[in-house]
Design a protein around this ligand. Sequence first.
Ligand SMILES: Cc1cc2nc3c(=O)[nH]c(=O)nc-3n(C[C@H](O)[C@H](O)[C@H](O)COP(=O)(O)OP(=O)(O)OC[C@H]3O[C@@H](n4cnc5c(N)ncnc54)[C@H](O)[C@@H]3O)c2cc1C
Length: 456
Amino acid sequence: MTYKVIVVGGGITGLCVAYELIKTLPPDQVLLIEKQRRLGGVILTEEKEGLLLEGGPDCLYAEKPWAVELAKEIGLGSDLIPPQEASKGTYILWKGKLHRLPEGFLLLVPRDLVAFLKTGLLSPWGKARVLIEPFIPPKRSSGDEDLASFVKRRLGKEVLERIVDPLIGGVHGTRASELSARAVLPRFVEMEEKWGSLLKGIRHFKARPKGTLPFLSFKKGMGQLVDGLVERLKGIPFVMGEGVRHIEASKGLFKVYTEKGVYEAERVVLAVPARHAREILGPSRPESFSLLGMFKSVPTVVINMAWKEGDVLGAKGHGFVVSPGEGLKLKAVSFSSRKFEGRAPKGILLMRLFFSQDEGIMELEDRGIYELALKELGGILRMKEEPMFWKVYRWPEGLAQMRKGHLELVEGLRKALGREAKGVFVVGSSYDGIGIGDCVRGAKAIARQLLEGLLS
Ligand SMILES: Cc1cc2nc3c(=O)[nH]c(=O)nc-3n(C[C@H](O)[C@H](O)[C@H](O)COP(=O)(O)OP(=O)(O)OC[C@H]3O[C@@H](n4cnc5c(N)ncnc54)[C@H](O)[C@@H]3O)c2cc1C
């Protein structure tokens, strides 16, 4: 049979593309092919020994509203949960000490100047450098800039080293110098363009209700979003456990080859990381192949560990991120059972440690990762006993890196595909942003574009 659309990849992006398509197309006209025997991609929630373990993401960033809107649309609104207020606070490990991120800090910029002036994280000079930001002239050219240069230029070296690099490491698994300012934090680049200053611009930005945090999860963990979407995809045929190898165009249609079979469709959506899209498209589409080779990602490893509460001393707030200058492989630690309710039985501290970037870590056995986690954590917190439970999750494709010039690269790639493989679309975190909200937004946009072409 010839399908209208084949969606390759059953991560959040592919599922969301399929969901959007069947609002218009009959479900049996859309085929979804997933290499693994499970759906959700890097979203993986498991229940073990009374613990709710997040192997990949643990929350949605609510200020990018698209995933939250999707959750509500598919009936999960009442299952969304905010972080627990009582234990809140993000800390930054800098010079061997945990410093609380000042209240009201919006990624780069302080909104609450009183809290900002009290922090011990920056020197008096570092604080003064932030306060003179409105007098720093805006950049003249509109070209992209790496995030480190942007932050240093506007807010100074201390904010970069002591706040932004650790936070970026905890979210993107890399350093600000590796990322595009415009792709990663467009809102701040636009503030500079519009208001000439971030401190001036932030005043025009709607504040969150005081004391609230911009994160949300689900009562039963992030897997609920995947299950909720799959529930809505009834009637769609799924091919599971078959990886797509390549695509051939023939007579206005596409033949999609897996290890086991051939499937045919009018359109193909590649909702897979760029490296896989490159393998599937192959060198016979030279421009797309070459551009896809320019996308990078960093492998990441997550280890969940559980202790009796009293066996760990010094665990503060919802967790901490690590400044790159500390020389650790560890990037961030979330105290999951304090961050969201329902993650562990009373009296148990469940935490989630996040490692990335260092490829060597992927070569370690699980036991090696466990020992590394204990060693690095032991230099920060005091553990009286070994954990009662631990489990490692590996993500070789990890986190997509949006490097300087990313938006132009994506635009160039999509144009090249239009010339070399018209009817094939690429979408997902490699292109549209790593947040689940970004993936949902990208999926909706591609579904809309595809349907416009298909139905016109
Ligand atoms: C450890 C970790 C923590 C994170 N934390 C957060 C967080 O807290 N909040 C947040 O918003 N984001 C977070 N992210 C980012 C976010 O989870 C991802 O960007 C997003 O889930 C990616 O979704 P995707 O569908 O684009 O890709 P993926 O989830 O990678 O899905 C791609 C799918 O394609 C399949 N596939 C690959 N090749 C083929 C092939 N040849 N044929 C068929 N199928 C194929 C894969 O098996 C996979 O299922 C985190 C990511 C990681 C790794």
